[in-house]
Ligand binder design. Structure first.
Ligand code: NAD
Ligand code: KPL
Length: 305
Protein backbone atom coordinates (compact mmCIF):
# COMPACT_ATOMS: atom_id res chain seq x y z
CA UNK A 1 0.00 0.00 0.00
CA UNK A 2 1.55 3.34 -0.98
CA UNK A 3 1.90 6.24 1.43
CA UNK A 4 -1.17 8.44 1.94
CA UNK A 5 -1.08 11.95 0.49
CA UNK A 6 -2.57 14.52 2.86
CA UNK A 7 -3.76 17.59 0.97
CA UNK A 8 -3.93 20.77 3.04
CA UNK A 9 -6.33 23.21 1.39
CA UNK A 10 -9.24 22.01 -0.74
CA UNK A 11 -9.23 25.00 -3.10
CA UNK A 12 -8.44 25.03 -6.82
CA UNK A 13 -5.04 23.33 -6.95
CA UNK A 14 -5.66 21.14 -3.88
CA UNK A 15 -8.79 19.74 -5.50
CA UNK A 16 -7.07 19.34 -8.87
CA UNK A 17 -4.35 17.23 -7.25
CA UNK A 18 -6.56 15.31 -4.79
CA UNK A 19 -9.08 14.25 -7.43
CA UNK A 20 -6.47 13.08 -9.92
CA UNK A 21 -4.62 11.12 -7.22
CA UNK A 22 -7.90 9.56 -6.06
CA UNK A 23 -8.84 8.69 -9.64
CA UNK A 24 -5.56 6.73 -9.91
CA UNK A 25 -6.37 4.90 -6.63
CA UNK A 26 -3.51 6.65 -4.81
CA UNK A 27 -4.54 7.01 -1.13
CA UNK A 28 -5.36 10.67 -0.44
CA UNK A 29 -7.03 12.58 2.42
CA UNK A 30 -8.04 16.23 2.62
CA UNK A 31 -7.29 18.40 5.63
CA UNK A 32 -10.02 21.00 6.03
CA UNK A 33 -9.89 24.09 8.20
CA UNK A 34 -12.27 23.06 11.00
CA UNK A 35 -15.27 20.93 11.98
CA UNK A 36 -17.75 23.28 10.31
CA UNK A 37 -15.93 22.94 6.94
CA UNK A 38 -15.66 19.17 7.45
CA UNK A 39 -19.40 18.91 8.08
CA UNK A 40 -20.18 21.01 5.01
CA UNK A 41 -17.86 18.81 2.96
CA UNK A 42 -19.42 15.60 4.24
CA UNK A 43 -22.86 16.92 3.36
CA UNK A 44 -21.64 17.58 -0.20
CA UNK A 45 -20.23 14.03 -0.24
CA UNK A 46 -16.93 14.76 -1.97
CA UNK A 47 -15.09 16.82 -4.56
CA UNK A 48 -16.12 17.50 -8.14
CA UNK A 49 -13.61 18.01 -10.93
CA UNK A 50 -14.85 19.49 -14.18
CA UNK A 51 -12.61 18.59 -17.09
CA UNK A 52 -13.42 19.13 -20.80
CA UNK A 53 -16.91 20.17 -19.69
CA UNK A 54 -17.56 16.88 -17.86
CA UNK A 55 -18.03 16.73 -14.11
CA UNK A 56 -16.69 13.75 -12.14
CA UNK A 57 -17.34 13.23 -8.45
CA UNK A 58 -14.67 11.90 -6.05
CA UNK A 59 -15.58 11.05 -2.43
CA UNK A 60 -12.08 11.81 -1.10
CA UNK A 61 -12.00 11.26 2.70
CA UNK A 62 -11.37 14.35 4.81
CA UNK A 63 -10.35 15.32 8.35
CA UNK A 64 -9.53 18.41 10.40
CA UNK A 65 -5.97 19.52 11.35
CA UNK A 66 -6.34 18.07 14.85
CA UNK A 67 -6.96 14.51 13.68
CA UNK A 68 -4.36 12.14 15.19
CA UNK A 69 -3.21 10.16 12.18
CA UNK A 70 0.49 10.82 11.43
CA UNK A 71 1.30 12.63 8.20
CA UNK A 72 4.06 11.29 5.96
CA UNK A 73 3.39 13.21 2.76
CA UNK A 74 1.73 16.60 2.80
CA UNK A 75 0.73 18.72 -0.17
CA UNK A 76 0.38 22.36 0.88
CA UNK A 77 -2.22 23.78 -1.48
CA UNK A 78 -3.21 27.04 0.20
CA UNK A 79 -2.23 30.57 -0.77
CA UNK A 80 1.28 31.80 0.05
CA UNK A 81 -0.04 34.07 2.83
CA UNK A 82 -1.81 31.13 4.56
CA UNK A 83 0.96 28.52 4.24
CA UNK A 84 2.87 29.10 7.49
CA UNK A 85 -0.24 29.18 9.65
CA UNK A 86 -1.71 26.12 7.93
CA UNK A 87 1.49 24.10 8.40
CA UNK A 88 1.73 25.15 12.07
CA UNK A 89 -1.66 23.51 12.65
CA UNK A 90 -0.40 20.09 11.54
CA UNK A 91 3.33 20.31 12.42
CA UNK A 92 2.96 18.05 15.46
CA UNK A 93 1.49 15.32 13.25
CA UNK A 94 4.47 15.13 10.89
CA UNK A 95 6.08 11.68 11.06
CA UNK A 96 9.88 11.35 11.08
CA UNK A 97 11.09 11.73 7.49
CA UNK A 98 7.85 13.46 6.43
CA UNK A 99 7.84 15.24 3.07
CA UNK A 100 6.04 18.48 2.24
CA UNK A 101 5.25 19.60 -1.29
CA UNK A 102 4.75 23.35 -1.50
CA UNK A 103 2.60 24.57 -4.39
CA UNK A 104 2.69 28.27 -3.56
CA UNK A 105 3.38 30.86 -6.22
CA UNK A 106 6.05 33.51 -5.72
CA UNK A 107 8.86 33.28 -3.19
CA UNK A 108 9.17 33.67 0.55
CA UNK A 109 6.48 31.37 1.86
CA UNK A 110 8.47 28.23 0.96
CA UNK A 111 11.53 29.25 3.00
CA UNK A 112 9.31 30.32 5.89
CA UNK A 113 7.60 26.91 5.95
CA UNK A 114 10.90 25.03 5.59
CA UNK A 115 12.33 26.93 8.58
CA UNK A 116 9.24 26.03 10.59
CA UNK A 117 9.62 22.26 10.06
CA UNK A 118 13.39 21.60 9.83
CA UNK A 119 12.82 17.89 10.47
CA UNK A 120 10.84 17.50 7.22
CA UNK A 121 11.96 17.43 3.59
CA UNK A 122 10.42 20.41 1.80
CA UNK A 123 9.93 20.15 -1.93
CA UNK A 124 9.19 23.37 -3.80
CA UNK A 125 6.91 23.30 -6.83
CA UNK A 126 6.19 25.67 -9.69
CA UNK A 127 3.10 24.97 -11.74
CA UNK A 128 1.64 26.28 -14.97
CA UNK A 129 -1.59 24.31 -14.54
CA UNK A 130 -4.72 26.38 -14.17
CA UNK A 131 -7.88 25.72 -12.18
CA UNK A 132 -10.66 27.72 -10.61
CA UNK A 133 -13.59 27.07 -8.31
CA UNK A 134 -17.07 27.41 -9.76
CA UNK A 135 -18.84 26.26 -6.61
CA UNK A 136 -18.17 24.83 -3.18
CA UNK A 137 -15.99 21.70 -3.47
CA UNK A 138 -16.11 22.02 -7.25
CA UNK A 139 -13.16 22.89 -9.47
CA UNK A 140 -12.78 23.48 -13.19
CA UNK A 141 -9.53 22.31 -14.79
CA UNK A 142 -9.03 25.37 -16.98
CA UNK A 143 -5.49 25.15 -18.29
CA UNK A 144 -3.38 22.09 -18.86
CA UNK A 145 0.22 22.73 -17.92
CA UNK A 146 3.22 21.36 -16.17
CA UNK A 147 4.59 21.19 -12.63
CA UNK A 148 8.30 21.32 -11.80
CA UNK A 149 9.36 20.03 -8.41
CA UNK A 150 12.71 20.32 -6.68
CA UNK A 151 14.53 20.31 -3.37
CA UNK A 152 17.03 23.12 -2.82
CA UNK A 153 19.06 21.02 -0.38
CA UNK A 154 18.95 17.58 -1.98
CA UNK A 155 19.08 16.91 -5.72
CA UNK A 156 17.77 13.32 -5.69
CA UNK A 157 14.20 12.85 -6.93
CA UNK A 158 11.77 11.13 -4.56
CA UNK A 159 10.35 7.73 -5.49
CA UNK A 160 6.75 8.95 -5.15
CA UNK A 161 6.95 10.89 -8.41
CA UNK A 162 5.53 7.65 -9.78
CA UNK A 163 2.24 8.51 -7.98
CA UNK A 164 2.12 11.69 -10.08
CA UNK A 165 2.76 9.72 -13.26
CA UNK A 166 -0.02 7.27 -12.30
CA UNK A 167 -2.34 10.21 -11.62
CA UNK A 168 -1.56 11.82 -15.00
CA UNK A 169 -0.09 14.94 -13.37
CA UNK A 170 2.50 16.20 -15.89
CA UNK A 171 5.67 16.92 -13.95
CA UNK A 172 9.42 16.98 -14.02
CA UNK A 173 12.05 16.88 -11.28
CA UNK A 174 14.12 20.04 -11.39
CA UNK A 175 17.59 20.51 -9.95
CA UNK A 176 17.19 24.29 -10.31
CA UNK A 177 13.76 24.85 -8.83
CA UNK A 178 14.78 28.25 -7.42
CA UNK A 179 15.66 29.44 -10.91
CA UNK A 180 12.20 28.33 -12.09
CA UNK A 181 10.49 30.07 -9.17
CA UNK A 182 12.49 33.29 -9.73
CA UNK A 183 11.72 33.25 -13.45
CA UNK A 184 7.99 32.82 -12.76
CA UNK A 185 8.14 35.55 -10.12
CA UNK A 186 9.77 37.92 -12.60
CA UNK A 187 7.13 37.14 -15.23
CA UNK A 188 4.38 37.70 -12.70
CA UNK A 189 5.97 41.00 -11.55
CA UNK A 190 6.26 42.28 -15.12
CA UNK A 191 2.69 41.35 -16.09
CA UNK A 192 0.26 40.96 -13.20
CA UNK A 193 0.47 44.35 -11.41
CA UNK A 194 0.21 46.27 -14.70
CA UNK A 195 -2.90 44.31 -15.72
CA UNK A 196 -4.47 45.37 -12.41
CA UNK A 197 -3.43 49.02 -12.71
CA UNK A 198 -4.49 49.28 -16.36
CA UNK A 199 -7.51 47.03 -15.72
CA UNK A 200 -6.83 44.97 -18.81
CA UNK A 201 -6.29 41.45 -20.09
CA UNK A 202 -2.68 40.32 -20.53
CA UNK A 203 -2.86 41.32 -24.21
CA UNK A 204 -3.72 44.90 -23.20
CA UNK A 205 -0.10 45.30 -22.10
CA UNK A 206 0.93 45.33 -25.77
CA UNK A 207 -0.11 48.98 -25.59
CA UNK A 208 2.26 49.57 -22.67
CA UNK A 209 5.35 48.18 -24.31
CA UNK A 210 7.77 50.78 -22.86
CA UNK A 211 6.53 50.31 -19.29
CA UNK A 212 6.89 46.54 -19.63
CA UNK A 213 10.37 46.86 -21.17
CA UNK A 214 11.58 49.17 -18.38
CA UNK A 215 10.35 46.74 -15.73
CA UNK A 216 12.01 43.83 -17.50
CA UNK A 217 15.29 45.75 -17.46
CA UNK A 218 15.07 46.27 -13.70
CA UNK A 219 13.94 42.71 -13.04
CA UNK A 220 16.87 41.41 -15.10
CA UNK A 221 19.26 43.47 -12.96
CA UNK A 222 17.63 42.10 -9.81
CA UNK A 223 17.80 38.46 -10.91
CA UNK A 224 21.46 38.79 -11.84
CA UNK A 225 22.29 40.42 -8.50
CA UNK A 226 20.37 37.69 -6.65
CA UNK A 227 22.58 35.02 -8.25
CA UNK A 228 19.91 33.96 -10.77
CA UNK A 229 21.48 34.74 -14.18
CA UNK A 230 19.69 31.82 -15.86
CA UNK A 231 16.32 33.20 -14.70
CA UNK A 232 17.29 36.58 -16.18
CA UNK A 233 18.14 35.32 -19.67
CA UNK A 234 15.98 36.92 -22.38
CA UNK A 235 13.42 37.94 -19.76
CA UNK A 236 11.85 40.69 -21.83
CA UNK A 237 11.45 38.38 -24.84
CA UNK A 238 9.78 35.75 -22.64
CA UNK A 239 7.47 38.34 -21.03
CA UNK A 240 6.43 39.56 -24.48
CA UNK A 241 5.88 35.97 -25.61
CA UNK A 242 3.63 35.25 -22.59
CA UNK A 243 1.69 38.49 -23.08
CA UNK A 244 1.05 37.48 -26.67
CA UNK A 245 0.27 33.81 -25.91
CA UNK A 246 -2.12 34.69 -23.07
CA UNK A 247 -3.49 37.88 -24.62
CA UNK A 248 -7.13 36.91 -24.07
CA UNK A 249 -6.65 35.95 -20.39
CA UNK A 250 -6.86 37.98 -17.23
CA UNK A 251 -3.80 37.51 -15.01
CA UNK A 252 -4.27 35.68 -11.70
CA UNK A 253 -3.79 38.95 -9.80
CA UNK A 254 -6.37 40.72 -11.94
CA UNK A 255 -8.80 37.85 -11.21
CA UNK A 256 -8.07 38.09 -7.47
CA UNK A 257 -8.73 41.85 -7.45
CA UNK A 258 -11.81 41.51 -9.61
CA UNK A 259 -13.21 38.90 -7.22
CA UNK A 260 -12.22 41.05 -4.22
CA UNK A 261 -9.80 38.40 -2.99
CA UNK A 262 -6.51 39.07 -1.25
CA UNK A 263 -3.58 39.03 -3.70
CA UNK A 264 -0.18 37.37 -3.20
CA UNK A 265 1.59 40.74 -3.72
CA UNK A 266 3.97 40.25 -0.76
CA UNK A 267 5.31 37.05 -2.31
CA UNK A 268 5.70 38.57 -5.80
CA UNK A 269 6.42 42.29 -6.15
CA UNK A 270 6.89 42.69 -2.39
CA UNK A 271 9.50 39.93 -2.35
CA UNK A 272 11.28 41.46 -5.37
CA UNK A 273 11.39 44.94 -3.81
CA UNK A 274 12.70 43.58 -0.50
CA UNK A 275 15.42 41.65 -2.34
CA UNK A 276 16.40 44.79 -4.25
CA UNK A 277 16.65 46.75 -0.94
CA UNK A 278 18.79 43.99 0.54
CA UNK A 279 21.19 44.26 -2.39
CA UNK A 280 21.06 48.08 -2.25
CA UNK A 281 19.87 48.22 -5.88
CA UNK A 282 18.22 51.29 -7.27
CA UNK A 283 15.16 50.00 -9.14
CA UNK A 284 12.82 53.01 -9.19
CA UNK A 285 10.17 51.63 -11.56
CA UNK A 286 9.79 48.37 -9.65
CA UNK A 287 9.42 50.28 -6.37
CA UNK A 288 6.96 52.75 -7.90
CA UNK A 289 4.96 49.86 -9.29
CA UNK A 290 4.65 48.36 -5.82
CA UNK A 291 3.57 51.70 -4.33
CA UNK A 292 1.01 52.23 -7.09
CA UNK A 293 -0.37 48.72 -6.55
CA UNK A 294 -0.54 49.11 -2.76
CA UNK A 295 -2.36 52.44 -3.16
CA UNK A 296 -4.74 50.90 -5.68
CA UNK A 297 -5.54 47.92 -3.40
CA UNK A 298 -6.09 50.21 -0.41
CA UNK A 299 -8.41 52.41 -2.46
CA UNK A 300 -10.44 49.31 -3.30
CA UNK A 301 -10.52 48.28 0.37
CA UNK A 302 -8.47 45.14 -0.28
CA UNK A 303 -5.54 43.91 1.82
CA UNK A 304 -2.32 45.44 0.49
CA UNK A 305 0.04 42.83 1.93
P1 NAD B 1 -7.45 28.63 -3.42
O1 NAD B 1 -7.76 29.89 -2.69
O2 NAD B 1 -8.38 28.17 -4.48
O3 NAD B 1 -7.31 27.44 -2.38
C1 NAD B 1 -6.65 27.56 -1.15
C2 NAD B 1 -7.44 26.74 -0.15
O4 NAD B 1 -6.67 26.64 1.05
C3 NAD B 1 -8.79 27.37 0.24
O5 NAD B 1 -9.80 26.40 0.09
C4 NAD B 1 -8.59 27.75 1.71
O6 NAD B 1 -9.78 27.66 2.46
C5 NAD B 1 -7.59 26.68 2.13
N1 NAD B 1 -6.89 26.99 3.37
C6 NAD B 1 -6.25 28.13 3.73
N2 NAD B 1 -5.75 28.01 4.98
C7 NAD B 1 -6.08 26.77 5.42
C8 NAD B 1 -5.88 26.07 6.63
N3 NAD B 1 -5.24 26.64 7.65
N4 NAD B 1 -6.37 24.83 6.74
C9 NAD B 1 -7.04 24.24 5.71
N5 NAD B 1 -7.28 24.86 4.54
C10 NAD B 1 -6.80 26.11 4.40
O7 NAD B 1 -5.97 28.79 -3.98
P2 NAD B 1 -5.34 28.14 -5.29
O8 NAD B 1 -5.79 28.90 -6.48
O9 NAD B 1 -5.51 26.67 -5.26
O10 NAD B 1 -3.81 28.53 -5.08
C11 NAD B 1 -2.94 27.85 -4.19
C12 NAD B 1 -1.51 28.26 -4.55
O11 NAD B 1 -1.22 27.75 -5.84
C13 NAD B 1 -1.33 29.78 -4.66
O12 NAD B 1 -0.07 30.17 -4.19
C14 NAD B 1 -1.46 30.06 -6.14
O13 NAD B 1 -0.75 31.22 -6.56
C15 NAD B 1 -0.79 28.80 -6.71
N6 NAD B 1 -1.24 28.49 -8.08
C16 NAD B 1 -2.56 28.42 -8.38
C17 NAD B 1 -2.95 28.11 -9.68
C18 NAD B 1 -4.41 28.02 -10.05
O14 NAD B 1 -4.71 27.87 -11.24
N7 NAD B 1 -5.35 28.07 -9.13
C19 NAD B 1 -1.97 27.87 -10.66
C20 NAD B 1 -0.61 27.94 -10.31
C21 NAD B 1 -0.26 28.26 -9.01
O1 KPL C 1 1.21 33.17 -14.28
C1 KPL C 1 0.55 34.08 -14.75
C2 KPL C 1 -0.50 34.67 -13.89
O2 KPL C 1 -1.50 35.18 -14.39
O3 KPL C 1 -0.33 34.58 -12.65
C3 KPL C 1 0.87 34.61 -16.11
C4 KPL C 1 -0.15 34.08 -17.11
C5 KPL C 1 2.26 34.13 -16.54
C6 KPL C 1 0.88 36.10 -16.15
O4 KPL C 1 1.87 36.64 -15.33
Amino acid sequence: MSTTWHVLGAGSLGTLWATRLARAAVPVRLILRDTARLQAYETAGGLTLVEHGEAQHYPVPAETPDSIEPINRLLIACKAYDAEKAVAQVASRLAPGAELILLQNGLGSQDAVAAQVPQARCIYASSTEGAFRDGDWRVVFAGHGFTWLGDVGHPVAPIWLEDLSAAGIPHEWSTDILTRLWRKLALNCAINPLTVLHDCRNGGLQEHHCEVATLCGELTELLERCGQPAAAENLQQEVERVIHATAANYSSMHQDVNNRRRTEISYLLGYACKASDRHKLNLPHLNQLQQRLVTHLKRLGLPSD
